[in-house]
Design a protein around this ligand. Structure first.
Ligand code: HEM
Ligand SMILES: Nc1nc2c(c(=O)[nH]1)N[C@H]1C(S)=C(S)[C@@H](COP(=O)(O)O)O[C@H]1N2
Ligand SMILES: [Mo]
Length: 379
């Protein structure tokens, strides 16, 4: 054995000797593990909802009601995820003595178990760190967030299920047997739950408007921004500040229609106007509702003579970027609440909210509420 290795072994052994706190016990680990498992399954389920709302396979039809469904699932995902951070840190703290096992690998089976732990611990940390950075608008990572976050979700969830099956008998025993010294552990678990509660209370207002004033930790919240509504991408940032204000702006409706339409803003204002109270529910977790006014997409498509089962693509004046177009399914455009909005809370749309005309539809991720429209294509 080289002296360096010998020194490392002694250090690791000493470190293990030091993990004497009663809180590093099975009972604490079991309770935390179960809570964390539930939180992860909820994150996985709500994350998949978000993914499949944005990328529905052909057979999948998302309803347009309830109007707040996506707001709730994504709010649970992001706010629940943030509230779980203390739980994750506490769990890592209770089990980290075991992460320092020496020797690191004893047999093939042991190697597999350690690989599983690597997937679970590494994957969980990755999900939380990238998730928090993403909603903090700090795109510090060199890979596309959604792709990495999506695939890691399967790895973590798979590892979690195997881990839960393996640990279940031990965890059950640990939770069922009467503890000798409940006090320190109970205080510890209450502190962890309290920390999660404080995070939830100071962020929930970003999606749940009655708590907006408490949401001091939220990156965006209702009541802020032009017309009291937050903005992710401004007209200037999207490069449309000039074209959106151009007097020559027209909306065209084209594609699989009986006749193409070309409408000025005055023409659109002359059509029957409808009102809808709907949220912008951003994938990044914040939501804010407003009263929108404009032309129902179904009325416009009826004028153009579009078939009732067609999908529709709305296109922005914006030249580049992922969110310059979005697809509207028949379930969504047939809903009378789906508007080409011209106004917001009694005023014309602010340019940063999509003037002259934007899509707003019920139960739909914010990234699909396309702003600064100029073309509607029936597919
Ligand atoms: C603090 C914790 C977390 C935060 C802040 C967070 C944040 C986010 C955000 C902002 C999105 C939307 C991405 C987009 O569509 O642009 C998202 C999607 C998603 N999240 Fe998380 N997340 C967290 C934890 C987790 C965990 C633990 C899992 C899995 C077990 C998970 C699974 C997913 C999945 C599957 C998606 C859908 C990705 C896609 O659209 O392809 N997340 N998350
Ligand atoms: N053309 C275009 N439309 C867009 C975006 C964009 O970047 N470009 N961002 C979307 C996102 S991510 C959200 S959350 C909503 C926000 O709408 P608001 O700025 O009016 O609140 O607009 C959506 N519409
Ligand atoms: Mo968004």
């Amino acid at each position: 054995m080289t002296p360096l290795l010998a020194a490392a072994v002694t250090a690791a052994a000493r470190l293990q000797g030091r993990f004497t706190s009663r809180l590093h016990d099975e009972r604490t680990a079991a309770w935390l593990g179960m809570a964390l498992g539930a939180a992860f399954l909820s994150a996985f389920a709500t994350g998949l909802v978000s993914h499949y709302m944005q990328h529905p396979p052909g057979w999948m039809q998302w309803p347009s009601r309830p109007v707040n469904l996506y707001r709730v699932t994504q709010g649970v995902h992001v706010i629940g995820g943030l509230a779980t951070v203390p739980l994750l840190l506490a769990k890592l703290w209770t089990v980290y003595p075991r992460l320092w096992q020496w020797p690191p690998v004893r047999s093939a089976a042991h190697a597999l178990r350690r690989l599983l732990m690597l997937a679970l611990v590494g994957g969980a940390l990755f999900q939380f760190v990238t998730g928090v950075l993403n909603i903090g608008y700090w795109y510090a990572f060199p890979f596309p967030f959604t792709t990495a976050h999506y695939w890691t979700a399967y790895i973590v969830t798979g590892a979690l299920l195997i881990h839960a099956v393996q640990e279940w008998p031990k965890a059950r025993r640990a939770v069922m047997t009467r503890p000798q010294d409940a006090v320190g552990r109970r205080a510890f678990l209450l502190t962890v739950a309290g920390a999660g509660g404080v995070i939830a209370a100071t962020t929930a207002g970003e999606a749940f408007s009655p708590l907006a004033r408490l949401a001091v930790l939220a990156p965006r919240r209702p009541g802020t921004g032009p017309q009291g509504l937050p903005v992710n991408k401004s007209a200037a940032a999207a490069g449309v500040a000039g074209t959106a204000r151009d007097a020559g702006w027209r909306l065209t409706v084209t594609g699989r229609v009986r006749r193409d339409l070309t409408l000025s803003l005055e023409d659109l204002r002359g059509l029957p106007q409808r009102t809808a109270r709907l949220p912008v529910a951003c994938v990044e977790g914040w939501s804010a509702e407003a009263t929108w006014r404009g032309v129902a997409l179904r009325d416009l498509l009826a004028m153009a003579g579009a078939p009732g089962d067609a999908h529709v693509r709305v296109e922005s004046l914006q030249r580049g970027g992922d969110y310059r177009t979005s697809r509207v399914s028949p379930e969504h455009w047939r809903d009378p609440l789906t508007l080409l909005a011209l106004g917001l809370d009694g005023e014309p749309l602010h340019i940063d909210h999509g003037y002259p005309c934007r899509l707003i539809a019920p139960n739909r991720p914010g990234v699909m509420q396309t702003k600064w429209l100029h073309r509607v294509v029936v597919l």
